[in-house]
Design a protein around this ligand. Structure first.
Ligand code: HSE
Length: 325
């Protein structure tokens, strides 16, 4: 696989560590028209992993916080520990023992790449602990395995932006080729998570597997328009391209007040609005921070007026991906 714009030096041996504390960002996948191929990283929220060496070989999951007891502590079933174990096997380092704490700071099943952020934090942490034997590009297929474990499909549009930061395009899955897309300077995201559960697995099952050519033509135009708009910092073109004729009409029914939220966002100055990943979170782009804050506030208020609790975020695009704390 190739990350077209940013090459890292191949795994230069660095000092191994005994303990690392890593943050990995939440993501907005699809960016409305780019189902499974476009995504971006957010500054907040995100998940944290604390990883410490132990004397006993093997991967142990000590505790998980912030998941309301929903995630498995069994190291073979949890995506974080399972991916770390896979990586150790690949590196022939099954002699290594680690203990993991996972601290979730975002809701599960929210459409914000919750499993992706945890998995990326875990993989980045073990790679740091071992002195960075692998590049980020080499970590990506392991993170995709984590997605497969979490929802039955190894899509990369959450894990790639969480791992590399910025806006990423999965140009192809076979062979895996990821392209980093430039982020316009004043692009901000409003993100709102309405408190309803939409598991990605279910939200994928409801999508039609065959599409009409006329719909495909509209979709191709929008994807090309969005990517061109991002390259040229053409905010008008970005907004006009944020239209999805394939997936959104099907998934919107799972999200309460979806079309009313769109109306609220557009009236408040959004460039465009849509579902974040498989939902129920929604997001909007704005070309300045105050407008993005306003959009988030107004959507949260609208939901509140309908008796629906939500979390609202305002974020620039996170350019860094995971980092050590
Ligand atoms: N592209 C994936 C989907 C993202 O829409 O199912 C899941 O967060």
């Amino acid at each position: 696989m190739e990350l077209t714009t940013e090459k890292e030096p191949a795994g230069k041996a660095r000092k191994e560590k005994d303990r690392v504390h890593v943050f990995a960002p939440a993501t907005v996948a699809n960016l409305v028209c780019g189902f499974d191929i476009l995504g971006l990283a957010l500054d907040e929220p995100g998940d944290e992993v604390i990883m410490e060496r132990s004397d006993r070989p093997g991967v142990k999951l000590l505790k998980i916080t912030g998941d309301d007891g929903r995630l498995p502590l069994d190291p073979a079933k949890n995506t974080v520990s399972a991916c770390v174990q896979m990586l150790l096997k690949h590196l022939n380092r099954e002699d290594v023992g680690v203990e993991i704490e996972l601290h979730k700071h975002m809701p599960i099943g929210s459409g914000l790449g919750s499993s992706a952020a945890s998995t990326v934090a875990g993989l980045f942490a073990i790679n740091q602990l071992l002195g960075q034997p692998l590049t980020k590009q080499e970590l990506l297929p392991f993170a995709m395995k984590g997605e497969e474990l979490a929802c039955g499909h190894g899509h990369a549009d959450n894990v790639a932006p969480s791992l590399f930061g910025g806006i990423t395009l999965i140009k192809s899955y076979e062979p895996l080729e990821v392209v980093s897309i430039p982020v316009p300077k004043s692009l901000y995201c409003s993100v709102v998570f309405p408190h309803v559960d939409v598991p990605t697995r279910a939200a994928r099952q409801m999508i039609r597997s065959k599409i009409e050519l006329k719909d495909a033509v509209v979709q191709w135009g929008n994807i090309a328009g969005l990517v061109s708009g991002l390259f040229m910092s053409d905010y008008g073109l970005i907004g006009r391209s944020m239209q999805d004729v394939l997936i959104e009409p099907v998934r919107a029914i799972l999200i309460p007040e979806f079309y009313e939220m769109r109306q609220t966002a557009m009236a408040a100055g959004a460039l465009g609005f849509g579902i974040s990943g498989s939902g129920p979170s929604v997001f909007a782009f704005a070309d300045n921070h105050p407008t993005a804050s306003d959009i988030t506030r107004q959507i949260v208020q609208h939901l509140q007026s309908k008796g629906i609790d939500s979390n609202g975020y305002v974020s620039a695009v996170n350019q860094q991906g995971p980092r050590e704390l």
